[in-house]
Each structure stands twice: as structure tokens, then as C-alpha cells.
Design a protein around this ligand. Structure first.
Ligand code: A2P
Length: 275
């Protein structure tokens, strides 16, 4: 499986990325090596995951040129000042052992310890720094994560620059339609983190029935569904066989099955944090 999404600035993003949230450092190293061997060319990490150095080392050890691998990392959610944004960006470059980042995201609109807090002013401040990183060629693309339309609008109003990506928690039953529809109407690429609901969907009976009809796993159905919804899935695994499986997506869901999965909206194991 390897197609691409294209940002509003014409930057191409490989359409399935390896997620590394909750991957311990050595696990992240192995996972990235296996993923690249399996054909992945897109790896998602974050400063806050504590595994950037291992991700960077795995990319270097893979033998595949750095330029051929799309690397995303993120500014920690509690950093809402210009100095902090610069410091963390350069630290991420150093951790990853690279001189550019393909996609740099604001990890969340608020610190994780204060979900829902209005940090609009701080988000505008750090967004202006991100714009500079892109102008300097240090970040090829910039965007946000966990942002809703009312978090994004002030960025656009103050800077005239729309994020190119919003990475959100997106899976069968939890499409966050107000966010997804807003982003897609504006040309913002929606990336789906936790496309398996961090494992919460794997035992779902309806999904199992659909999966068995195609001779694939529930995980593969979940990932394929994201692509059907024009969102870019970032499945996380630290297991070689599962990493390989999550990239084998050469089957298509029927319209009827997509409709059945659409019908699960609102029943996802997790609701959006702020709803
Ligand atoms: P593991 O890392 O041991 O493979 P999400 O991507 O939604 O965050 O889900 C990640 C969770 O799903 C992890 O617990 C991961 O475990 C598990 N997982 C990932 N891929 C598969 C798969 N193909 N089959 C079963 N479990 C999977």
C-alpha cells in the first residue's frame, strides 16, 4: 500500500504512517526498522513520546535515504511561547539526528493537564514560529493536532496561514465529523491517530464479521476505512507481523460495508476528549 495525500502546498505525504505513541524507545527502534523494511515511508513521532532519538537512529540504520522517509514530530502541548517553540524544535532536530522535519505539528491546543483551557494567544504565538520554520526550510510542512475548528480559525485570522494537517483521534465509530468535515472542506489533510482505537475495536463483532468476508483482520478493515474517509491512518504497532499486516491494504470495502461502519458513528469506545 503506498499512495499519497497532498497538502495545499503540494507536499506529498505517504498515505499510511507508522504511529509510535506509547512505543518504548527500543520498541520504537525495532518498529521503525520493520516498518521501513515492509515498505512504510512515513513515521510519526513526537517530542513527548520520548522516542525521537530511537526513531531517528532506526531511519539512519535502515539504509533508506532520509529524504525518502516522511517524518512527523510535534511541539509539546504545554509549550505556548516563542522561545519554547524554538528550543523544542531544535531539540527535536537533534534528537532525530536530522536537519529538517517533514511535518511539524502543535501537539494539542492545550496542555494535557488542562484539557479544554483556552490557549488561543499562545497557539497564535507558536504558530507564527512554525510558519518561520517552514519559511526557513527546516520544516517542509506545518500543522496541528487535536485542534477543532474554533482552535484553527484564530490561527488563520491572525496569520493568514491555515495548518496543512490536523492529526486527530479518528476511528470507526469516532470520526469527529465536525472537525473532519471542516478540515476537508478547507483542504486540511486529516490524519487519523489511534485508527484501531488503541486496540479498543479489535474485538468488535460487526468489524470481525466484515473482516472475515474479505479474509483480512479487523485492524486492516479499520485502517482501510480511514482511507475510505480520506483520512491518513497512523496505526501503531511494535510487533513485526502486525506492522506488516497493517500495510497490506490491497482490498476494497464495499459501499454496503462502508455504510454499515458509518452506522457505528457515535458508538466508538472513546468520545472526543472535550465533548
Ligand atoms: P502492538 O503494538 O503490540 O501490535 P492504535 O493504532 O489505534 O493506537 O492501536 C494500537 C494498538 O493495537 C496496540 O495495542 C497494538 O499492539 C495493537 N495492534 C496494532 N496493529 C494490530 C493488528 N494488526 N492486530 C492486532 N492488534 C494490533
Amino acid at each position: 500500500m503506498q499512495n499519497n495525500f497532498t497538502t495545499q502546498n503540494g507536499i506529498s505525504i505517504p498515505s499510511v504512517g507508522l504511529g509510535t505513541w506509547q512505543s518504548a524507545p527500543q520498541d520504537a527502534y525495532n518498529a521503525v526498522r520493520w516498518a521501513i523494511d515492509a515498505g512504510y515511508r512515513h513515521i510519526d513521532t513526537a517530542f513527548a513520546y520520548g522516542n525521537e532519538a530511537d526513531v531517528g537512529r532506526a531511519i539512519r540504520d535502515s539504509g533508506v535515504a532520509r529524504e525518502q522517509i516522511f517524518v512527523t514530530t510535534k511541539l509539546p502541548a504545554d509549550v505556548k511561547d516563542a522561545e519554547g517553540a524554538k528550543r523544542h524544535f531544535y531539540q527535536s532536530l537533534q534528537n532525530l539526528g536530522t536537519d529538517f522535519i517533514d511535518l511539524y505539528l502543535i501537539h494539542a491546543p492545550w496542555p494535557w493537564a488542562e484539557i479544554g483551557k483556552d490557549c488561543t494567544d499562545g497557539n497564535i504565538v507558536v504558530w507564527k514560529e512554525m510558519i518561520k520554520f517552514r519559511q526557513q526550510g527546516l520544516a517542509r510542512e506545518i500543522g496541528v493536532s487535536n485542534f477543532r475548528p474554533d482552535d484553527i480559525e484564530p490561527l488563520l485570522k491572525e496569520t493568514g496561514v491555515l495548518p496543512s494537517v490536523d492529526q486527530i483521534r479518528f476511528f470507526v465509530g469516532n470520526m469527529q465529523l465536525p472537525v473532519t468535515n471542516y478540515c476537508q472542506s478547507k483542504g486540511i489533510v486529516v490524519e487519523a491517530y489511534s485508527p484501531l482505537a488503541t486496540g479498543g475495536l479489535l474485538l468488535n463483532k460487526q468489524l470481525s464479521q466484515i473482516a472475515s468476508r474479505y479474509g483480512v483482520s479487523v485492524a486492516q478493515v479499520c485502517i482501510r476505512y480511514c482511507l475510505h474517509k480520506n483520512t491518513l491512518p497512523l496505526p501503531k504497532s511494535v510487533n513485526q507481523a502486525r506492522i506488516e499486516q497493517n500495510f497490506r491494504l490491497d482490498f476494497d470495502l464495499s459501499d454496503e460495508d462502508v455504510r454499515a461502519l458509518d452506522g457505528l458513528e457515535g458508538t466508538g469506545p472513546y468520545r472526543y476528549l472535550r465533548s
